[in-house]
Design a protein around this ligand. Structure first.
Ligand code: LCS
Length: 408
């Protein structure tokens, strides 16, 4: 692959890395932004050259499912931000999670998974893996004794998400690492909710970090994509097996859009988090909100990890209204500016009902075990003026109160 790019300066702060880490400087016209190599394949100068590239005897691109200069730039930037040697971009977050985990398990193996993760990750590990003979146990990974008891001789991988979708459960990565460190078990952490600016799982023992780049990394709601970061060896394994042969490779155009989005990640995250804090303060002052799940609330378990594992509260809040599911739905239907949609990390504030939407792939029993109630609502706070977001929430909550007083 082309080595003609600026090496990352180890002294750069993250706000500089999001703009410059791993950038190319080989454009003949000196373009400021890196060119988009929107090509499916690459020309060989001779039959011999083509053979050498396939045999790995000569560096150079072959075909965009195997590698592409635009994609490679995104991979270098993300590896740098997460502090790993290498990265692999994928077509979606689920593509990244599937490629990163399936590369290291085979039929007869066992994996341990946090009991609170995104709905489709749950479906992947509970249904698809089982079909191919890989058994998964879903447990509370903060319970070290339980983790020890759950490990088997054939356990190959532990997968967790922190803070978790949808209700921000946090897991102490270092503690999990301490339990499994002496075994041949890979620790894979989904860092979507924090981004590398606010949490770097590698520092706490993660072997591999995955992201849904669809969310904050891209930040503009116009791409679905994923990223895997890890050691050179692990990323080579993933790129030469699951990514190459199952083919969940990112489109160069999407990689280019994420590179553009990343440039503003630092400033966007500051605003996202400020807005989320304002929304939390508003919700905390309402008597019709029964429970709030937000790493910044004084009683949240994340407080113990603040400054140690994570440096911010993030921009996702979950809450329960006092009342039933019908009231939760009524509330969602009253919102006017806040957008009723799944996903998170976009400029637009998005709100959704996990039990019937993002976490509908869970069984009702698994949802109950994970503490995802039918009245839970998740809001992914966007970049609009905080006052406008709060105004919309307030008018919808007030409309609920009037409706419920009338029907009482
Ligand atoms: N990991 C986490 C933590 C996620 O929240 C999601 C998607 C994924 C992985 C999968 O990424 P994708 O394939 O969608 O890029 N979460 C979604 C959500 O909360 N609403 O819509 C999708």
């Amino acid at each position: 692959m082309s080595s003609d790019f600026k090496k990352n300066n180890n002294n750069w702060q993250p706000a500089t890395q999001v703009i410059h880490a791993g950038e190319s400087h080989d454009d003949p016209h000196g373009a400021l932004t890196s060119p988009l190599y929107q090509t499916s394949t690459f020309k060989f100068s001779s039959a011999e050259q083509g053979s050498r590239r396939f045999a790995g005897e000569e560096e150079g691109y072959i075909y965009s499912r195997l590698g592409n200069p635009t994609t490679a730039e995104l991979e270098r930037r993300m590896a740098s931000l997460e502090g790993y040697e290498a990265a692999a971009a994928a077509a979606t977050g689920m593509g990244a999670i599937a490629a990163a985990t399936m590369a290291f398990v085979r039929s007869g193996d066992h994996i341990v998974v946090s009991d609170a993760i995104y709905g489709c990750s749950f479906a992947l590990f509970s249904e698809l893996f089982e079909r191919f003979g890989v058994e998964a146990d879903f447990i509370d990974l903060n319970d070290e004794g339980l983790l020890k008891k759950t490990l088997r001789d054939n356990t190959r991988l532990v997968f967790l998400e922190t803070p978790a979708n949808p209700h921000l459960k946090v897991v102490d990565i270092e503690k999990v690492h301490a339990v499994i460190a002496e075994y041949d078990i890979r620790l894979v952490v989904d860092n979507t909710f924090m981004t590398p600016l606010m949490q770097q799982p590698k520092r706490h023992g993660a072997d591999i970090v995955v992201h849904s780049a669809t969310k904050f990394l891209n930040g503009h709601g116009d791409v679905v994509a994923g990223i895997i970061c890890g050691s050179d060896d692990d990323i080579n394994t993933i790129k030469s097996t699951t990514l190459k042969d199952m083919g969940a490779t990112i489109s160069p155009h999407d990689a280019w859009l994420i590179l553009r989005g990343l440039k503003t990640l630092d400033v966007r995250m500051q605003r996202h988090c400020q807005n989320a804090d304002a929304v939390y303060q508003f919700l905390a002052g309402r008597s019709d909100i029964e429970k709030i799940y937000y790493p910044g609330s004084p009683d949240h378990e994340a407080q113990a990890l603040m400054g140690k594992q994570m440096t911010s509260n993030g921009a996702v809040i979950a809450f329960e209204l006092d009342g039933d599911e019908a009231k939760a739905r009524y509330f969602l239907n009253q919102l006017q500016m806040i957008t009723l949609a799944v996903s998170l990390g976009d400029a637009e504030t998005l709100i959704q009902h996990p039990a019937s939407m993002t976490h509908s792939p869970y069984t009702a029993e698994a949802r109950a075990k994970a503490g995802i109630s039918d009245t839970l609502i998740r809001i992914a706070v966007g970049l609009e003026a905080a006052d406008d977001i709060i105004f919309d929430l307030e008018q919808a909550l007030n409309a609920c109160q009037i409706q419920w007083q009338q029907s009482a």
